[in-house]
Design a binder for this molecule. Sequence first.
Ligand SMILES: [Zn+2]
Length: 444
Amino acid sequence: MSAPPDDLRLRGATLLTMDDARRVLRADVRIHEGRIRHLGASRRPAKRSVDLRGMVLLPGFVQAHVHLCQALFRGLADDLPLLPWLRQRIWPLEAAHTPASLRASARMGIAELLRGGTTTVLDMGTVHHQGALFEALAESGIRAISGKAMMDRGDDVPSGLRESTAESLDASHRLRERWDGAAEGRLGYAYAPRFILSCSPELLREVARTSEATGALMHSHAAEHAEERRTVKAMLGEDDVAALERHGLAGPRCVLAHGVQLRRAEMRRAGRLGTRFVHCPSTNLKLGSGIADVVSLRAAGVCVGLGADGAPCNNRMDALTELRLAALLAKGRRQDARALPAMDALELLTREGARALGLDAEIGTIEVGKRADLVALDVDGVAHGPGGDVASRVVYTAQTVDVRHVWVDGAPLLEDGALTRMDSAAIARDARRHARATARRAGL
Ligand SMILES: [Zn+2]
């Protein structure tokens, strides 16, 4: 049922191609061996055909910063600012993970992501048991780049998460060798030094050297919260972005979540160097960090992706929520209704997210030759129309319930709103059991 058909035609949708010309087409999509082979009418019958009349077809959504290991912790860390949120709740909970609880967490997160139209993620894992998370990614069919969190220093880090520099690097290298390019190329490895305060200069320099040698992404957090920034400055004598750059974490292979606190000069420098930033609007609001200036970042030439971050700091993993918030917050922040129009906001979630991850040659637009990672939305109901173009409907009115079909590499992972490879009820049951046990082990 969910195996990729070798010849599939998606009929009758309106395509938001997100290509360079931002074309909106009424066209059939022909898929062969996981790739888009033809756009437009085709008389040749296909082995399988799906009727998408009345629906909008988009490139699958790319979330460039998530934490699947935290999906179990939704609702367990509300109403705390960043550093207490990490020290009092998230780190003890992550330290209490077992391979089984981590697998349950990843499955729940992936199920939610696929139901909401997300087909690709850049994920930051936890320190231990990362193999279990990769196994869940592999069996799910989603496209993902992930890596274990690296934490070789920090006074407040619980012993269950602390590791030596050598242990952290060795474990990361082994995971990259095992999982980079696995699952028919759907999986990739990113080195994930958690943030500047949890990583030694030696570790960061070795990550940068390995990234240079292998092309692997580097994934971290930076410029998130003002208090965190003050702590960094007091400890290191410089800002986190400057310190990361000094150790080699900058440029097109470096993806940094947040960027809320960036000054204009830092934005211009990130634009010149090619460093990627990921906007996480719900998290930045919920943890009281502020609102990233996405419009200025883009104007400075920075590639900006979008991400839901983790379930305990959002508390959704929903692409459409982040999309709408990104558009609305940009307008509110600048007091300008023209800021970040619908099509620009959609770029963050599709082609710019793909570019941030170095996957723009393969995904992020609907074009012949690209991988058939697609999402079909029904935005023709009472809550959507009757006016407005399709980009407006997707950005301002669409919700998860409107996501009807999802394909990755041409394989259907969501059909008529139902997951094809995952049992939602069993996943939720399993997650409840493991969340209780993990919180007990963490002493919470
Ligand atoms: Zn994060």
